[in-house]
Design a protein around this ligand. Structure first.
Ligand SMILES: NC(=O)c1ccc[n+]([C@@H]2O[C@H](COP(=O)([O-])OP(=O)(O)OC[C@H]3O[C@@H](n4cnc5c(N)ncnc54)[C@H](OP(=O)(O)O)[C@@H]3O)[C@@H](O)[C@H]2O)c1
Length: 288
């Protein structure tokens, strides 16, 4: 089956690798980027299968135009991949309201909007896939990535609700959770304007690691991500949340075990009779 894809954030990294792999597999791809010139080479390589569109996902009119273009050029959308994203570095105390809103706009509001735009098409045809590119940061809080973590957690929550809402229409939803991939993610990471020196001891190592991602040969390669997303949309049984990369499984295994320990500790804490505000007073000691 030839699938029709709409992929956001194809100028580099995971989105670029996925758009290239889908086109190489014979599918039709609306590849989008804020700077469409970055898509020239891809579109020239696959002139009949790749259509390049300018799209800043935070621009609602451009989102509508991109979906309309997909309908006009290829007749619809079978797979929406909400991939575009960039991080903001800063602890909760360092991130302003406006910075938080901007981070949530790109990580949560824009995927929500694009999903809302393609769902009528998918419901009409009775099938489709929405693939939301989350992160292991969608399941674990990383110090210094407070706003990014918040956006990815929200995307995961939306994906879970959406999956239940659209399953009756034949639409499948996935939140893919890449581990560390050698892309521009670390270099494009913005910094909160109001950094507070005291937080350097808590967040400094995380930031240094992220900044060095692009040149880190130990990280996963974007074509591995593309390979798994192509398999995902072919599989009738793939789970909703799919970590990608061996490191993602190591991190999330540790998270699962910490969650179990926390739940056990919380149950013990709330069941302790002296901690309960309504607990019966201890029986009076007979005084004889
Ligand atoms: N790399 C990792 O280890 C990793 C891990 C977990 C999750 N992720 C997620 O994977 C996705 C792709 O990131 P990447 O690692 O491939 O990094 P990347 O190489 O920096 O690619 C990010 C892409 O998103 C685009 N983008 C950012 N803001 C946008 C906006 N407002 N409108 C449209 N496009 C926008 C960028 O476009 P410009 O070129 O115009 O900036 C670029 O094409 C992101 O959602 C990221 O959170 C990455």
């Amino acid at each position: 089956m030839t699938r029709r894809w709409l992929v956001t954030g194809c100028s580099s990294g995971l989105g670029r690798a996925l758009a290239a792999a889908a086109a190489a597999a014979g599918d039709l791809v609306v590849a989008t980027a804020r700077r469409p010139a970055t898509l020239d080479e891809l579109a020239e390589r696959h002139p009949d299968r790749v259509s390049a569109v300018a799209l800043d996902v935070c621009d609602a009119a451009q989102c509508e135009a991109a979906v309309a273009h997909a309908v006009e050029r290829f007749g619809g959308v079978d797979v929406l991949v909400n991939n575009a994203g960039a991080g903001l570095f800063g602890a909760v105390e360092e991130v302003s309201d406006d910075e938080l809103r901007r981070q949530l706009e790109v990580l949560t509001v824009a995927p929500w909007r694009l999903t809302r735009l393609v769902l009528p098409l998918m419901r009409r045809q009775g099938f489709g896939h929405v693939v939301n590119v989350s992160s292991i940061a969608g399941r674990m809080g990383l110090p210094g990535l407070s706003a990014y973590v918040t956006g990815k957690y929200a995307l995961e929550g939306m994906s879970q609700a959406l999956a239940a809402e659209v399953a009756p229409f034949g639409i499948r939803v996935h939140a893919v959770e890449p581990g560390g991939f050698a892309t521009h993610y670390g270099t494009s990471l913005a910094e909160a304007a109001g950094r507070i020196p005291a937080y350097a001891q808590v967040t400094g190592d995380v930031e240094a690691g992220l900044r060095g991602m692009a040149g880190n040969p130990a990280l996963n390669r974007p074509d591995v991500f593309a390979h798994h997303v192509l398999r995902l949309v072919e599989s009738p049984t793939a789970p909703l949340r799919v970590p990608i990369g061996a490191d993602a499984y190591d991190f999330l295994q540790a998270v699962e075990s910490a969650n179990t320990t926390e739940l056990t500790a919380a149950r013990a804490f709330t069941q302790h009779p002296t901690e309960h505000p309504d607990a019966d007073p201890a029986p009076a000691t007979p005084t004889g």
